[in-house]
Design a protein around this ligand. Structure first.
Ligand code: NDP
Length: 317
C-alpha cells in the first residue's frame, strides 16, 4: 500500500522534485503543502505528475493560524502520516528592512524555523500513529550554516548568540535571534542553524519514545532554484556558472530532490539524529556521508533553550 508524505514548499525547486520523485516511485502519496495552490498545481502538471499521486493542501508557514489550519485540513483527508519533509524556505538577501510574518516575527526565521517548529510539534502524534515501521521527519539544512566549511565561511556568519532576540519576543524591534541589528543574509543562516538544532532536539526528545527517524541534509548547491529569486540579477546568472565550472558544487533541482526523496524512502537513511551531505564539491559518483554540523548546531544547551523559547513564541508552552 502507498504511504503518505507531506512536503512543505513543494511548488518549486527541491521540494517539487522530491515530490515528483516520491510520487513516481508508486510507493508514496504526496501531500504538497504550499502557500500558492495554483502555482503548485501548475508545477505538478508541468512535470507530468499523475493526478492521483498527490494532493495539494494550503499551508502558509508565515502564519501560525495557517499552520494549525493545515494540520486540521490534513487530518480531514483521513490518511495516516508516514513522513514529513520540512523543505520550504525564504531567503531575502537584498531586503533593506525586515519583513514580518502574520504574527509579527522576522520573516526568514519566522517562516523557515518557527512555522516548521509548530508544524513538526503538531504532527508528531500523527507520525507516531503511523502504521509504518519507521516514520521519518526530514529537515533541509545548508552548508552555509557551518562556518567551518568552505561554503559557510563567507560572512555574515550565523550566530544565535544568547538568543536574546527570541527571549524579547522576536517582534520589532527585535528582528534577529541574537538581538543585534537586522541582516537578511544572516537571518537566513540563523534560521538554518535553528532547523538543525530542532532536528537534533526532536531526536533527543522523541526518537526512542516515538520510534521516528529524524534527519537533515545539505542537498548540494541548487544554484538555479527559486531560492535566489531576490538575489541581484547578475548573481542569478553567474552563480550557477560559478558553481558548475569553478567550485563543482552545482546540483540540479531534480538531483537535489532525489536526495530528499532518498532520506524519506531509502533504507540506507534510517539513522536518526544525523545530517547528511554529498560533499560540498560534487564528484561525479559522489556518495552521501554523515556530516558534522557546526559547533553552534551541536550545542545541546542551545538546542534546549531554542526549543523552549520557540515553543513559547508559537503558543505551545
Ligand atoms: P525554492 O525557492 O525553489 O523553494 C522554496 C519553496 O518554499 C517554494 O515552494 C516556496 O513557495 C516555499 N515557501 C516559501 N515561503 C513559504 C511559506 N510562507 N509557506 C509555505 N511555503 C513557502 O528554493 P529551494 O528549492 O532551493 O529550497 C528548498 C530548501 O532547500 C530550502 O529549505 C533551502 O534552505 C534548502 N537549500 C537550498 C539550497 C540551494 O542551493 N538552493 C542549498 C541548501 C539548502 P512559492 O513557490 O509559493 O514561492
Amino acid at each position: 500500500a502507498e504511504q503518505t508524505v507531506i512536503i512543505t514548499g513543494a511548488s518549486s525547486g527541491v521540494g517539487l522534485h522530491a515530490a515528483d520523485s516520491l510520487a513516481q516511485s508508486g510507493r508514496w502519496h504526496v501531500v504538497m503543502a504550499c502557500r500558492d495552490k495554483a502555482k503548485a498545481q501548475n508545477a505538478a502538471a508541468s512535470l507530468g505528475m499523475r493526478p492521483q499521486s498527490y494532493t495539494i493542501v494550503h499551508l502558509d508557514l508565515a502564519s501560525l493560524a495557517s499552520v494549525r489550519r493545515f494540520v486540521q485540513d490534513f487530518r480531514a483527508l483521513g490518511q495516516p502520516l508516514d513522513a514529513l519533509v520540512c523543505n520550504a524556505a525564504v531567503y531575502t538577501p537584498t531586503a533593506r528592512e525586515p519583513r514580518y510574518t502574520a504574527d509579527g516575527f522576522e520573516l526568514s526565521v519566522g517562516t523557515n524555523h518557527l512555522g516548521h517548529f509548530l508544524l513538526c510539534n503538531l504532527l508528531l502524534e500523527d507520525l507516531q500513529n503511523s502504521p509504518a515501521a519507521e516514520p521519518r521527519l526530514v529537515i533541509l539544512g545548508t552548508v552555509t550554516h557551518n562556518p567551518k566549511e568552505l561554503g559557510g565561511s563567507i560572512p555574515p556568519r550565523p550566530d544565535l548568540g544568547d538568543l536574546r532576540g527570541l527571549e524579547q519576543g522576536f517582534k520589532a524591534p527585535h528582528t534577529m535571534i541574537d538581538g543585534k541589528a537586522y541582516n537578511p543574509v544572516k537571518a537566513y543562516k540563523d534560521s538554518k542553524v535553528c532547523n538543525l538544532l530542532t532536528m537534533r532536539e526532536l531526536h533527543r526528545r522523541f526518537h526512542t519514545s516515538h520510534k521516528i527517524t529524524f534527519s537533515a541534509l545539505y542537498p548540494g548547491c541548487v544554484a538555479t532554484s527559486g531560492l535566489f529569486r531576490e538575489s541581484p540579477r547578475l548573481f542569478q546568472i553567474l552563480f550557477p556558472v560559478f558553481q558548475k565550472y569553478v567550485t563543482g558544487g552545482f546540483v540540479s533541482e531534480a538531483e537535489a530532490g532525489g536526495r530528499v526523496a532518498a532520506l524519506v524512502d531509502d533504507p540506507a537513511y534510517s539513522r536518526s539524529g544525523v545530517y547528511w551531505s554529498w560533499g560540498n564539491r560534487q564528484k561525479k559518483d559522489g556518495k552521501s556521508f554523515i556530516q558534522d554540523v557546526s559547533t553552534e548546531a551541536s550545542d545541546e544547551d542551545k538546542a534546549r533553550r531554542l526549543w523552549d523559547l520557540s515553543a513559547g513564541l508559537v503558543g505551545l508552552a
